[in-house]
Design a binder for this molecule. Structure first.
Ligand code: SF4
Length: 76
């Protein structure tokens, strides 16, 4: 295995999400916001490639650390 192609599993803790929208800005094909309360909604739970990179950025930008990321498919 090369270890370069990875897939991540994404989840959002809705109890902590404050609807800041930073995740949507970082990865708009992975996250969206519910119109009712602005909380994050996941469009793609297992993004890969450039979208996985964008999700890592979203994790860093989320002001309340509400995004969980589980790395998978990474060779070690
Ligand atoms: S950046 Fe964090 S707080 Fe903001 S909408 Fe996304 S998950 Fe919620």
């Amino acid at each position: 295995m090369s270890g370069t192609a990875s897939t991540v599993r994404v989840s959002v803790d809705s109890a902590h999400c404050i609807g800041a929208g930073q995740c949507v800005l970082a990865a708009p094909t992975v996250f969206s916001q519910w119109p009712s309360d602005g909380r994050a909604r996941i469009l793609d739970r297992q993004p890969s490639g450039t979208q996985a990179v964008a999700v890592r950025l979203a994790v860093r930008h989320c002001p309340v650390q509400a995004i969980q990321l589980i790395e998978s498919g990474v060779g070690q």
